[in-house]
Design a protein around this ligand. Structure first.
Ligand SMILES: NC(=O)c1ccc[n+]([C@@H]2O[C@H](COP(=O)([O-])OP(=O)(O)OC[C@H]3O[C@@H](n4cnc5c(N)ncnc54)[C@H](OP(=O)(O)O)[C@@H]3O)[C@@H](O)[C@H]2O)c1
Length: 281
C-alpha cells in the first residue's frame, strides 16, 4: 500500500493522514481504517519528512484528521520544536482531529501532548507504555530468536502493551472523533512484567527457553558504539533504558478498557500470535 510517497486509499475525499504508516503502529492503523472503508492517506520519505517542514503542507492538504507517530521518539532533542511547527501546520491546513501517539513517563512527550492540545483541532492522546512488538518487530527480535535477551535493565516491571491495541484505539478515535475528542488514553497491557518475565512468557509461547540476562549498563552502551550505532541513537536508548525505565511506569492504566470497552491483550496471547505468524522463525 505504501509504494508511492503520497498515496490516497479508498477515496481522495478528505482522507485521514497516517504518519509512520510503515511503522509498528501506523501499518496497523492503516489496516484498521481500511477495514472500516475510511479514506486514508499514507506518506513516506522523501515526500514527507519530519526533518523537512517544506514537505508537510502537501501531505496535510485536504485531510480531515491525522494519526501522528513521530520518529524516532518525542524525547529526542528538537522533537518539541518540530511538533510545535507541525501542529500549527496541521491547524492551518484545516485538519479537524489530531491523534497523537505519545510515550508514557517522558516529560518531553508530555510537552508535545500539550502542543497538540493547544493547536486548535480536536485532539486525542494515546500515551503508550512499552510495545510488546519491540520483541518481535524491532531491535529485540533477533535476541528472542537466539534465545538470549541481554539488556542493562534489572527487575523493573513494565505494563507491556500490544501495538494491535494501540492501533485499535487510534482507529476507534479516528472513526468517532466526537466521542474521543479531548480524551487522554493511557494505554498499558493487563500485567506488570519484568523483562525476564516477558522473555520467559515469550519462550513459553515459542516452546523453547528464552533466557534473560542483565548486563552492565556502560558495557552495553559501549558495545552499541563499537557496533557502529549512531551516538544520537545510543543517547536515546540510554535515556529510555535508564531514565524512563526507572519504575515510574510500573502501574497499570485503564485506557484500553475506556476506549474499547474491553481488556487489553496479554503478552501470552501476543506471543502465541507472533510465534504463529513466524515472527521468530
Ligand atoms: N516502541 C515503544 O515501545 C514505544 C512506546 C511508547 C511510544 N512509542 C512511540 O512510538 C513512535 C514510533 O511509532 P511506531 O513504533 O509505530 O513506528 P516505528 O515502527 O518506529 O516506525 C517509524 C515510522 O516513522 C517513519 N519515519 C522514520 N523517520 C522519519 C522521518 N524522518 N520522517 C518521516 N517519517 C519517518 C518510518 O518510515 P520509513 O519506513 O521511511 O522508515 C516508519 O513508518 C515514537 O514516537 C515513539 O516514541 C514507542
Amino acid at each position: 500500500m505504501q509504494n508511492q510517497p503520497i498515496t490516497d486509499h479508498n477515496s481522495t475525499d478528505s482522507p485521514i493522514l497516517v504518519l509512520g504508516a510503515s511503522g509498528k503502529t501506523g501499518r496497523r492503523v492503516v489496516a484498521g481504517l481500511a477495514a472500516r472503508n475510511l479514506p486514508i492517506r499514507t506518506v513516506s520519505r522523501p515526500a514527507f519528512d519530519w526533518q523537512l517542514p517544506a514537505t508537510w503542507p502537501a501531505a496535510l492538504a485536504g485531510c480531515r484528521a491525522a494519526y501522528i507517530a513521530f520518529a524516532p521518539d518525542l524525547a529526542v532533542p528538537g522533537a518539541i520544536a518540530t511538533m510545535a511547527a507541525f501542529t500549527q501546520a496541521a491547524a492551518r491546513a484545516g485538519l479537524q482531529h489530531l491523534v497523537l501517539l505519545s510515550g508514557r513517563g517522558e516529560p518531553e512527550a508530555e510537552a508535545c501532548e500539550d502542543l497538540v492540545r493547544r493547536a486548535g483541532p480536536a485532539w486525542t492522546i494515546l500515551r503508550a507504555s512499552w510495545f510488546m512488538q519491540n520483541f518481535s518487530e524491532a531491535f529485540l527480535a533477533d535476541a528472542i530468536k537466539a534465545g538470549n535477551v541481554a539488556l542493562p535493565i534489572g527487575g523493573v516491571r513494565e505494563p507491556f502493551i500490544d501495538a494491535d491495541d494501540i492501533a485499535a484505539v487510534a482507529v476507534t478515535a479516528l472513526s468517532d472523533p466526537a466521542r474521543h475528542a479531548g480524551q487522554l488514553y493511557e494505554l498499558t497491557g493487563p500485567a506488570l512484567l519484568s523483562f525476564a518475565e516477558a522473555a520467559a512468557q515469550i519462550g513459553a509461547a515459542l516452546g523453547r527457553p528464552v533466557n534473560y540476562e542483565q548486563v552492565p549498563a556502560e558495557a552495553y552502551f559501549a558495545g552499541m558504539a563499537d557496533y557502529g550505532l549512531a551516538p544520537d541513537y545510543i543517547a536515546l536508548v540510554r535515556y529510555l533504558f535508564t531514565t524512563v525505565l526507572d519504575g515510574r511506569n510500573a502501574h497499570l492504566a485503564d485506557g484500553v478498557q475506556r476506549a474499547l470497552g474491553r481488556a487489553p491483550v496479554g503478552i501470552d496471547a501476543y506471543a502465541r500470535q507472533a510465534a504463529a505468524a513466524g515472527a521468530w522463525d
